[in-house]
Design a protein around this ligand. Structure first.
Ligand SMILES: C[S@@+](CC[C@H](N)C(=O)[O-])C[C@H]1O[C@@H](n2cnc3c(N)ncnc32)[C@H](O)[C@@H]1O
Length: 238
């Protein structure tokens, strides 16, 4: 799975926004409003939907200084209709992240709304960018307090494969329009982070090299070759 980052992959999001010329960010599951606050700085308009009244209040305090954020209270599987209608004709960036996550968050013991959300997004004619958090939940579907998750095949079955492609990157399910520009953006991102990971590993062996450990020296040499290979790939003309 590569590096696992918590939360939204910010670099990838910014790149996809640019490639697809998207102004509108839609989040399901606001929680404290951290991602919505970040999105408000780079997207022209942000819609975020939260089920728990406690977290609507908390997020409301954080988000009130952003006049481009609309915080909606309710079940995202239902509220999404309104958001899709408002943005009809526009491409949107979706961050689907609604599920129970402890304390007084919503959805305790409920089915996660992601499948319903995805069906509604697929029913629109625009080609959107869709990121779903916690890819590992689909890999080993949970039926616990965090809610019931569909398995990855069920998830994939609602995607219109004539228009979209699905990738798993950094614990996110990434669903993108299947044109060359989007494919290039995701490839570039994956290679870049593999390169960074290789560089981090290399610095570990660099220490062995400095301290004169023979095995460390040999592995460092091999890694250097590998790094060189990654460097070529990351700068390839995608
Ligand atoms: C993991 S948190 C979201 C984190 C947030 N997206 C972020 O990136 O900072 C999940 C949130 O989804 C909310 N939630 C659960 N079920 C929901 C539903 N059906 N509709 C909307 N929100 C829901 C929970 O109350 C919780 O605050």
């Amino acid at each position: 799975m590569g590096l696992v980052f918590e939360g939204i992959p910010v670099e990838l999001t910014a790149e996809l926004k640019k490639v697809n010329k998207i102004d509108c960010f839609v989040e399901t599951g606001t929680n404290k409003g951290n991602t919505a606050a970040w999105a408000a700085k780079i997207f022209e308009k942000v819609f975020t939907i939260e089920l728990s009244p406690v977290y609507v209040r908390l997020a409301g305090q954080k988000l009130r200084k952003y006049d481009n954020v609309e915080l909606l209270e309710g079940d995202s599987a239902v509220m999404l209709d309104e958001v899709l209608k408002t943005n009809s004709g526009k491409r949107c960036f979706f961050w689907l992240d609604a599920h129970y996550c402890g304390k007084e968050t919503g959805g305790f013991g409920e089915k996660a709304p992601v499948l319903e959300e995805l069906k509604k997004i697929m029913a629109t004619p625009e080609n959107h960018c869709i990121l779903i958090d916690d890819a590992r939940f689909f890999n080993a579907p949970l039926s616990t307090q965090r809610g019931e998750y569909p398995d990855i095949l069920t998830l994939a079955s609602v995607i219109d494969s004539s228009r979209y492609r699905l990738f798993i990157v950094d614990d996110c399910v990434v669903i993108l329009p299947s044109d060359a520009e989007n494919i290039a953006a995701i490839h570039k991102y994956v290679w870049k982070y593999d390169f960074l990971r290789a560089r981090k590993t290399f610095s570990f062996y660099w220490y062995a090299l400095k301290t004169g450990n023979f095995k460390g020296i040999a592995v460092a040499f091999l890694l250097l070759l590998k790094l060189y290979k990654y460097k070529d790939k990351s700068s390839a003309d995608y």
